[in-house]
Design a protein around this ligand. Structure first.
Ligand code: MG
Length: 160
């Protein structure tokens, strides 16, 4: 078994769509980024790639490449998961913590989990997503930004 960790953060600004775990969420701000800046997809991509020691998301889909402008990051996550399988690993489970003050994510968590489960080709009960505030401290607490942390456990497929 192999474990991987991922982290992502983006600035929250006006005039950007707020997409998280592939779910569009009504809010007055959205994460600034070259792609759709979905922190769940980005942190999870780095976690699964990291578990296999296969580098990171930024190395595959650089923000200097016009091809990935406004990219759907859940599609990029799916591509990372496919690469993991091609390298001989199965994803056992993933767990994500999103840190932000507002908006409340509780009404959207189940849909995010379903989206992630679909992209990673995992059963729903192997995908955990949680939301926390930082008690109004720091950039996640004052509405300046959003962050996510993710871990992924991989199992080696028997190779013969
Ligand atoms: Mg990012």
């Amino acid at each position: 078994m192999r474990i991987g960790h991922g982290f992502d953060a983006h600035r929250l600004v006006e005039g950007r769509r707020f997409v998280l775990g592939g779910v569009p969420i009504p809010f007055e701000k959205g994460p600034l980024g070259h792609s759709d800046a979905d922190v769940i997809a980005h942190a999870l991509s780095d976690a699964v790639l990291g578990a296999a020691a296969l580098g990171d998301l930024g190395g595959r889909f650089p923000d200097t490449d016009a091809q990935w402008k406004d990219a759907d990051s859940m599609v990029l996550l799916e591509r990372c998961a496919r690469e993991i399988r091609d390298a001989g690993y199965l994803i056992a489970n993933v767990d994500v913590t999103v840190v932000l003050q507002r908006p409340r994510l509780a009404p959207h968590i189940e849909r995010m989990r379903r989206n992630v489960a679909h992209r990673l080709d995992l059963p729903f009960d192997r995908v955990s997503i949680k939301a926390k505030t930082s008690e109004e401290m720091g950039y996640t607490g004052d509405g300046t930004g959003i962050a996510a942390y993710a871990v992924a456990l991989l199992e080696s497929e028997p190779r013969r």
